[in-house]
Design a protein around this ligand. Structure first.
Ligand SMILES: NC(=O)c1ccc[n+]([C@@H]2O[C@H](COP(=O)([O-])OP(=O)(O)OC[C@H]3O[C@@H](n4cnc5c(N)ncnc54)[C@H](OP(=O)(O)O)[C@@H]3O)[C@@H](O)[C@H]2O)c1
Length: 215
């Protein structure tokens, strides 16, 4: 597939390289292409463009920018470029205030997630929450004892979710479909939980797994 990745941070770079590794075509989007010079050297088949160019390029778009800037970056990408496409939303609504005893602060509430705000604003895009509850180093082909970890996903469009769950399967994840966009109210705070061992004990090498009784 053609994947447009909005974001030049660690998440964008890791996912962009991961999609190339798994045989997809990738264009990275940024307002500052210089930030991706090393990525481009390491991934010569990947392209680099503006946010708008990457969004237009992608049949699937990945949103991997600072949470506070997500709406403004999507505005730069342009809603028409997102029309009818799955948008993998890897963002977290992390506030600028520092963590308290290792517990991050969010700028959203438990009654409205960032993904719901984005879905409300960019109505013709099909947002699917994914990748938000694990560190970037484990996003592609995680090798962990206990087998595949679980990626919790949600979104209003079943077809978009199916596409994203297929990509997650390729990347070595089990998926757990938590339903519509409102479920992002529960998925986004998993980032807070995931980060606590990191901030308290410098442990950043874990992922969540949903275990079930055999039926
Ligand atoms: N780091 C992780 O392991 C991890 C794991 C899960 C989820 N997440 C979430 O994924 C998203 C991306 O995280 P990240 O660590 O890759 O990078 P980040 O530093 O949170 O975001 C960098 C991206 O945000 C854009 N941006 C726009 N305005 C910005 C501003 N005022 N300040 C800083 N960046 C701005 C940058 O644009 P330009 O390209 O134009 O510079 C760049 O593409 C975040 O929402 C984060 O919470 C991160």
């Amino acid at each position: 597939m053609k994947i447009g990745v909005l974001g030049s941070g660690d998440v964008g770079k890791v996912l962009g390289a991961g999609f190339l590794k798994h045989g997809h075509a990738v264009m990275m989007g940024t307002s500052n292409p210089a930030k991706l010079a090393d990525w481009k050297k390491a991934n010569p088949t990947g392209q680099v463009g503006s946010f708008a160019e990457a969004a237009r390029f992608g049949e699937v778009v990945v949103l991997a920018v600072k949470g506070t800037m997500a709406a403004s970056v999507l505005g730069m990408a342009g809603e028409s470029a997102l029309d009818g496409k799955p948008v993998i939303d890897a963002t977290n609504p992390i506030a600028d205030a520092p963590p308290q005893n290792g517990v991050l602060k969010f700028f959203t509430s438990l009654d409205e997630s960032l993904m719901e705000q984005l879905q409300d604003h960019f109505r013709s895009a099909h947002f699917v929450k994914a990748f938000s509850c694990v560190g970037n180093r484990l996003m592609v082909d995680p090798q962990l004892p206990g087998g595949r970890p679980t990626m919790f996903v949600c979104g209003n469009h079943d077809g978009a979710k199916k596409t994203v769950m297929g990509l997650l399967d390729q990347f070595g994840w089990d998926t757990a479909d938590m339903g519509k966009a409102e479920a992002a109210r529960a998925i986004e705070p998993l980032c807070i939980l995931w980060c606590i061992p990191g901030f308290l004990r410098n442990e950043w090498t874990h992922a969540f797994k949903l275990v079930k009784q055999q039926s």
